[in-house]
Design a protein around this ligand. Structure first.
Ligand code: 6PG
Ligand code: NI
Length: 185
């Protein structure tokens, strides 16, 4: 049955959503095949450290609904490559918006040919057009990066696409800043 109108409170400082939906926690073991340095990844694959977490609202991922979730990416890097989400395509190509909440990050987009990078900070809305794979990156060395995502309930998540096609670029620490390097490099 369709949902009734309801209110969701969230705490931008903790990412806690009330009423709460599913909470996902991603550690190194969940990020197989994604970091450039696979040897370093193997060594850390048993690590308990949380790379990112996703707190969803109770709005279900069903057609016509508009689910939301808050992602928090820890500061960190693996052989210089900044902590990031797995990244995915929406199998049913539909747009999505992100709103920066705390910290500083980036939104890496890839349509299979061209990549794009959007700097994200509190108050920034990043627009993901239909057909662009998307991955988020924490560019701060010491602060978590947190953002709200709002997406159509029928969009779905295709993670294999990123394993097959990459993301066009990688975000790598460069002194106090970072640079984008070619995906294979
Ligand atoms: C979505 C959003 C977003 C995303 C998380 C985690 O479509 O649901 O893009 O909520 O899922 O930021 O990123 P991954 O899904 O790539 O692990
Ligand atoms: Ni998405």
């Amino acid at each position: 049955p369709p949902l009734r109108p309801f209110q969701i409170t969230f705490d931008a400082a903790t990412a806690v959503v009330d009423p709460a939906g599913p909470v996902l926690t991603r550690r190194m073991a969940d990020l197989e095949g994604l970091f450039r340095d696979q040897r370093a990844w193997q060594e850390l694959r048993g690590s308990e450290k949380v790379v990112y977490s996703v707190h969803s609202s109770p709005v279900p991922e069903t057609p016509r609904e508009l689910p939301q979730s808050i992602t928090t990416i820890s500061p960190g890097e693996l052989s210089g490559e900044l902590f990031m989400t797995k990244g995915h395509q929406h199998p049913d190509p539909q747009g999505e918006i992100y709103l920066g909440l705390t910290g500083t990050g980036g939104l890496l987009l890839f349509d299979g040919a061209e990549h794009a990078w959007l700097d994200m900070s509190p108050g920034t809305i990043g627009y993901i057009p239909p057909g662009w794979a998307h991955r988020s990156v924490n560019v701060s060395a010491d602060e978590p990066y947190r953002f709200l995502a709002v997406y159509p309930g029928s969009a779905g998540h295709d993670y294999q696409w990123v394993l097959d096609h990459g993301m066009g670029a990688r975000a790598v620490r460069l002194g106090d800043a970072f640079e984008l390097v070619p995906y294979g490099g």
